[in-house]
Design a protein around this ligand. Structure first.
Ligand code: HEM
Length: 217
């Protein structure tokens, strides 16, 4: 079979005549599985966390409408929060370990510089940023994804300082004490909520990217 007879979309393994070659996915299966499990865990933790917050608000004048929280009451919300916590912890650990072991963290998210972020941000706001190659992230995407990884790490660490504040006194003091740890946890949650709003808006503007995160290409 020569190149003209070949069915569309099918190429051949170089050097192996006749062997069909399936192109490598843009998003490997482990990235997709970890991403969707992480997204589920983050949403469950955020909605149940809002209910826990309402039981003892950090900022006296600020409450979350109960209708958009999860758990029904403090006890129920705590159960959701602790259950989703393990899902978030293990999927985040798996995602990070796989990214490091495969070298993907370096190839997908670096190089990155403040100048490149500002340039791509300017181009994006003018509507000039190209989305033609879904296998590469622009500098703003790289920054946003690295930012959310660090933010989730901060959420986990500050959450641990609140949950086990007696068992981990050094961690608690590193956060500035129990009450400060609650403020850190709340602020990291607010940043994550901001990320989700922008992230989902960007995905809606470039729906092709959703396909890569569902079927790999
Ligand atoms: C709720 C919490 C979420 C978090 C923390 C999150 C985080 C991330 C991160 C870190 C990446 C980069 C993955 C990588 O390349 O290794 C990513 C990519 C992506 N996410 Fe999310 N995500 C969330 C929710 C969602 C939702 C709800 C959608 C769908 C509407 C979505 C759609 C996508 C898509 C399509 C990509 C690929 C982007 C692209 O190729 O440009 N994510 N997300």
């Amino acid at each position: 079979m020569n190149a003209i007879d070949r069915p569309a979309g099918e190429s051949h393994v170089p050097g192996v005549p006749g062997m069909p070659h399936v192109p490598r996915p843009i998003q490997p299966v482990w990235v997709r599985v970890a991403h969707w499990l992480n997204a589920l865990a983050v949403v469950l933790m955020m909605l149940s966390g809002w209910r826990i917050y309402d039981a003892s608000p950090v900022f006296a004048s600020f409450r979350i409408p109960p209708g958009i929280t999860l758990g029904g009451w403090l006890g129920g919300a705590l159960q959701w929060h602790f259950a989703a916590m393990w899902l978030l912890f293990f999927t985040a650990l798996f995602y990070l370990a796989m990214n490091v072991v495969t070298g993907r963290i370096r190839s997908r998210f670096f190089p990155l510089s403040p100048r490149a972020i500002l340039r791509d941000l300017r181009d994006a706001l003018k509507g000039h940023l190209s989305h033609a190659d879904p296998s590469r992230y622009n500098a703003v995407q790289k920054f946003a994804y690295l930012f959310v990884m660090l933010d989730i790490a901060l959420l986990i660490v500050s959450g641990l300082a609140i949950w086990k504040s007696v068992q981990f006194p050094l961690l608690r003091e590193a956060m500035g004490g129990y009450d400060r740890a609650r403020v850190v946890h709340f602020c990291a949650m607010a940043l994550l909520a901001g990320f989700i709003v922008i992230h989902v808006t960007m995905v809606a503007l470039v729906p092709r990217s959703l396909l890569t995160m569902i079927r790999g290409r």
